[in-house]
Structures are given as C-alpha cells and as structure tokens.
Ligand binder design. Sequence first.
Ligand SMILES: [Fe+2]
Length: 442
Amino acid sequence: MSSAAPAVDKASAKQARVVASPARAERLLAHFHQIRDFTTALCANLEAEDFVVQSMPDVSPTKWHLAHTTWFFETFILKKFASGYRAEIPQYAYLFNSYYNAAGDMHRRDLRGLISRPTVREAQRYRSSIDSHIDNLLSDADEKLLDHIEPILILGIHHEQQHQELLVTDIKHVFAQNPLHPVFRENKAEIAPSKPALMHFLDFEETTFEIGHDGLGFSYDNEGPRHRALVAGFSIASRPVTNGEYLQFIEDGGYRRSQFWLSLGWTAVNEQRWEGPLYWTKRDGAWWNFTLSGFRPVDASEPVTHVSYFEADAYANWAGARLPTEFEWERAASDCPIEGNFVENERFHPQGLISSGEDRRLQQMFGDVWEWTRSAYSPYPGYRAVSGALGEYNGKFMCNQYVLRGGSCATSRTHIRRTYRNFFQPEKRWQFTGIRLARDPQ
Ligand SMILES: [Fe+2]
C-alpha cells in the first residue's frame, strides 16, 4: 500500500512533466530540423573533395562548417543539460571549437584545410548523432528545462544560419581558385541583362532616433541596448551601386588615383594589386565575373559585390558622396519591408533592379549585398558582454572592424533584422559586400 501511492504520484508527475510541453518542444524541434536540413541541402551538389579545401585562412572547409555548427549544440546544450551525456569523440571539442576560449583549447583556424579526418561521412554522422540527442533531450524536457534550453537552441539556430552564409561564400572562394570554374548551383532562371533603375537620393531630416533592438523576439547582444541617438539630416541612395557604375570608377583610373583612398586602403590596393572587385577578371578587354553559377561577363545592372570597405569608401569619394553611418542606415530602413533576394531564392548572386521609372522608394535595403557603413563596430552605450563562453560571441570582436547592414543573397530571410550588425575588417572581400551611397544635406 505504502509503495503504491508514491508510484501513482510518480507516474502522474511524469505524465504531467512530459505532457506539459510537447507543443513547445515540437515547435522548437521543427525549427531546429528545418535549419539543420537547409545546411544539408546547401551541400547537395558538392562532391567529397569539395568539402575539405581551405583556400585562404578566412575560409573554412565545408566539412568544418558542418561539424562546428554541430559542436555548438553539443557543447552548449547537450554537455550542459543532457544528464549522463558523454561525447562519442571527445577530441571533436578541440577540432571544432572556433574561437570560444572559455570552452577550451582549439585547433588553429588557418590549418583547418589540413584535416582529412574525420571524413565527410563521419562529419555527417556526427551531425545525425547530435541531432538525435537533441531530439531526445527536448522531447523529454519539462517546461523549466526548456526555459533554459530554448534561448541557447535559438542562438544555435541563428549561429547555424550565419555558417550557412559562410559555407556559401567560402565554397565560392574555393571554386574560384579552380580554372575549371566549378558550378555550385545552375541558374534557375535565365539572366537577362536589364537596364538598372535610376539612382535617386532620399532626404531624411535631423531627428533623435531609437537605435537598436526592441527586445521582441531574437536578437544578438550587439544590437542592444536600445538607445536614443541624434541622427543629423542626411540623404541616402535609393539602391546600391551597380557593376556598371563601378566600371566607370575603374575606367576613370579609380584604382590608380591615391586621392580617393584611405591610407590603409591605398596600401592594400598596391600590395594586393587590386584592379577590380574580387572574382573579376579582364579577358580580351572585357570584364568577366566568377559566380556560383559559373564564369560569365559582368552584368552592368547587378549591384557590385565583393568589394572591401576601402573600395566602397574610395568609390564613394570618387562619386562625390560617402558611405552612410549605421545609424543613418537603420533609420532609413525603419519603414522598409524585410524582403529581397535572400539565400532562400537559391540564386546565390545579387540581382539587378529593373528600371521602374520614377519610383523613389528605397530598394534592395535587404538581401542582395551587405552594405558597408562608415561606422566602426563598437559597443552601444551600456553594452556588456555576458559572462562565460557565449559572451565571446560578439563582444570581443569590437575592434578594427566596420559594420555592414541589410544581409545578402547568401543570408537567410529569417536571420536578418533592421537592427542586425554584421562586421568585417576593412580589407575583406570574400563576403557579398556592396555599396550604398549617402550624402550630407545639399
Ligand atoms: Fe561559429
């Protein structure tokens, strides 16, 4: 008798615990698997040999992206919350940690391309194994445990989306080294060169504006705290700079005239012998462009991409303009719908804007190309990185980098926000980075 009562209580308690959150767990798991599956889908046309090449220190092999995103869930969820969890291959903690010092030592980033083992198949098996453990943990979790896991799982999902973008830009750099010009994905639609839309400048008056994320839904810590900033009057271009416009800068000697360039930029031009955007090659007097759909002539109507901050700044100087600040950009974007050419389109290339006459709206603020701003990547007033390894996610990079806004053709539609702050060093060119001009009031 005395043993029966507690047994019933225990059973009903367990039932209550399991039944309490199936919808929530299911929703989280559906989201988790949707993002994990998209990573796999991005690799659909790759051969095993493609997965292991590291073409420069900034590029990681595809296999490393597959394993590192998995390591994130293993390290920050399974090892913390799955009781009795033991890593099948403990050395993966060293191999697939990227930069989290608080999570332990790590393999050197520039040597990732030397790692032939685990094989691609073993890396894929690692993914499946961790996914199963996450399935089990969440299916069996009570509300309290889900409260702890959910924010980290969502962070891991956004982290994976960031790596999806890197996977695309990294394989582009890998393929670009190959004289056979491998095709990552055939174009779904025929690309017909079009007449680009006219560029207008839209005026914004001086105002005090709320900058940063409002706290509703997910954001990275670097998007806060939300704060008021005085944004002086400015004008901003209705669309990004096109290849055709950038060609005029090249043909006007832009890369040979120091007066347009920052000192560090001029050094980069000369040391790296830049003559045009990354992936542009001149053949028989015409510019060609390596794209993820193959090698083809530069299309004048497309937004220019794969330019560094230095090139963006020099172009703006040549054009009698400047780059926007990130606050100007965020203010201008506040009324723009978050729609555009994102990775879900699977074009993997920016798209030209077809002329629409006197349309004076801001266009292509989201998708196509990340837009360099002239704002140094630094903390907003009151920002403090959280303690522990996840505090290393953004805060420790707030030095010597510039903020980019708006996302690209390799960014997920569900990953970008108006307040999203991407950041890269000013000489980097392998991301889909482009130019939107701004001006002081005339
Ligand atoms: Fe990462």
